[in-house]
Design a protein around this ligand. Structure first.
Ligand code: FAD
Length: 516
């Protein structure tokens, strides 16, 4: 029987991202995907800066930017009566100013192009991608997982043995149920038809490369629809409530209502059906099986974070699963996957449901849903104080903080600050990579970093703020909450693991986080 360290089921955004970040940490995974290749559907568009920071560390920044629309890939997001107007709300200003929180630009690649780039990089980093290959069953014992795998080309069935399995099989995959993990949530909001069509909308769509209109119009079924641009100029997707009886003339009529152009020439290119739902797994692991992406949390698309959360799951799981596989950490480190990613997934799902009410379905409004939380806090302010960190006692603060006033406490992102390195401006967020990062104000911190690396056999990279990195505007201490002579330990995924005045506590902190 073939043996491998990690098998990933599903080559979508979550599975491929996990394969990239495992590969970056020296663990080549095997990825099983029942489709003949990566996704051909436009679905998710865009990669948030938090995702792109991880991609920058993994050598994917340029490929994703190259896969994004050329030039200044401007973004239109509006709620409107139709594309031609009137506009009820313009989100333009709300997506500006992200450079205050990250040194890395967001990407605008479609899901199809992002998956191609991820797949290519995963292979470069050692992953094996097996398309037309379905996982049909799995069973676990104390030492590993046995998967029953079918080659969908030849119909041959084999058994594959893995130490760990990552279930990245999406919302319809079934591995979650197979390992006995339940789910909770608000259920299904509706089923939509996504219709791809060609039409000349250049007179009304504006100059931006990416255009998204949430259309609220009583003439549409359910009073709402979505119009979104694709990678191909002149080709669009219109999403509308599903109606199996609707013929092509009916579809064209609805597209004309959504665009506001009564005599628009429309050529229908294809159609998919998808379900808008809210569902979160009750826990993100069972034994040696770990859930990521839509397998763990399904949300309506309003807000565009489903794919981003899937890619982030891979980013935040990759380093810890690799550390366990490589023997650098105890298996208990994997418990932090659930502790950190489930509550984040719940928050993103709640946000997208609240957005659904504001942008498309005011009829669903109820007190339990509430207003969408601040999007900047959602993207940049998550604090996983209960996960793989040495939490500080008596430090106030909830699960999200305002990234305009970052705390630097364990569980938060190491903040973006404009420091100066030997080669020019550099942010701590650009120093993240497949190693532990130490930022310290004292020579003792460098000595402690070396001692921790030697004792625990892990790679630690240390920088002295004030010597190796200069802080011309003297903002590091204020924004990181670190004592000027103190020491901060940052995880390979850019999350603060520990900070202290006495660098002598570094090895103990790292030992605690790694369960050694
Ligand atoms: C219309 C629409 C618009 C969206 N827009 C956005 C957006 O703008 N931004 C955003 O961030 N998100 C968006 N999303 C959400 C986003 O598409 C999903 O969150 C994302 O695809 C989840 O990725 P995943 O890898 O978890 O799952 P998937 O993409 O579903 O991938 C799972 C893969 O696993 C494979 N698989 C399943 N079972 C097996 C098995 N047993 N064996 C082998 N392979 C298996 C499947 O074939 C599939 O390829 C949108 C979704 C929809 C429907």
């Amino acid at each position: 029987m073939e043996q491998t360290d990690v098998v990933i089921v599903g080559a979508g955004l979550a599975g491929l991202s996990t394969a990239v970040f495992l590969g970056m940490h020296g663990v080549p995974a095997t990825v099983l995907e029942r489709h003949p290749g990566t996704s051909v559907q436009p679905k998710a568009r865009g990669q948030a800066p938090v995702v792109m920071e991880g991609f920058a560390a993994a050598g994917l920044l340029e490929p994703i930017l190259a896969a994004s629309p050329p030039g200044d890939a401007g973004l239109t997001i509006k709620i409107s009566r139709s594309m031609a107007g009137p506009v009820l709300h313009d989100f333009g200003g709300e997506t500006a100013g992200l450079e205050a929180f990250s040194p890395v630009p967001g990407g605008m690649a479609s899901q199809a192009r992002a998956e191609q780039a991820l797949a290519a990089r995963a292979v470069e980093l050692g992953a094996t991608l097996r398309f037309r290959t379905g996982c049909e069953a799995l069973s676990q014992d104390a030492d590993g997982v046995t998967l029953t795998v079918r080659d969908l080309g030849s119909d041959a069935v084999e058994r594959v043995r893995a130490r760990y399995v990552v279930a990245a099989d999406g919302h319809r995959g079934g591995l979650r149920e197979l390992v006995g993990i339940g789910s909770h949530g608000r259920g299904t909001f509706g089923t939509s038809d996504s219709v791809r069509f060609a039409a000349d909308l250049s007179a009304i769509s504006g100059p931006d490369a990416v255009v998204l209109h949430y259309v609220q119009n009583p003439e549409l079924p359910g009073g709402a629809g979505v119009l979104v641009s694709t990678d191909v100029p002149g080709e669009w997707v219109a999403a509308m409530d599903r109606d199996p009886a609707r013929d092509e003339a009916g579809t064209v009529s609805l597209i004309r209502t959504m665009t506001g152009v009564a005599d628009l020439q429309v050529r229908i290119l294809g159609q998919d059906t998808w379900e808008s739902a809210h569902r979160v797994a009750d826990r993100l692991s069972e034994g040696r099986v770990l859930l990521v992406g839509d397998a763990a949390h399904v949300m309506p698309p309003t807000g565009g974070q489903g794919g981003n959360t899937a890619m982030l799951d891979g980013y935040h799981l990759g380093w810890r699963l690799a550390a366990v596989v490589r023997g650098e950490a105890g298996a208990a480190l994997l418990d932090s996957h659930d502790a950190e990613r489930r509550s984040y997934g719940e928050a993103v799902c709640d946000w997208q449901v609240a957005n659904l009410v504001v942008r498309q379905r005011p009829d669903l409004a109820d007190e339990s849903i509430g207003e969408p939380m601040d999007g900047m806090a959602l993207l940049f302010g998550y604090v996983c104080a209960g996960g793989a960190v040495v939490a500080e006692r008596d430090v106030p603060g909830g699960e999200f903080e305002d990234p305009r006033d970052p705390s630097g406490r364990p569980g938060a992102r190491v903040p973006h600050v404009a420091l100066q390195g030997p080669a020019g401006p550099v942010s701590p967020r650009e120093l993240i990579g497949p190693f532990w990062l130490v930022l310290t104000g004292a020579d003792d911190g460098v000595i402690a970093a070396r001692a921790a690396a030697d004792e625990l056999g892990v790679v630690v990279r240390a920088y002295r703020v004030g010597q190796d990195l200069h802080d011309p505007e003297a903002v590091w201490a204020a924004r990181s909450g670190a004592d000027p002579s103190g020491t901060m330990l940052v995880r390979p995924d850019g999350v603060v693991a520990w900070r202290g005045d006495d660098a002598g506590g570094l090895t103990k902190a790292l030992r605690t986080v790694l369960h050694r």
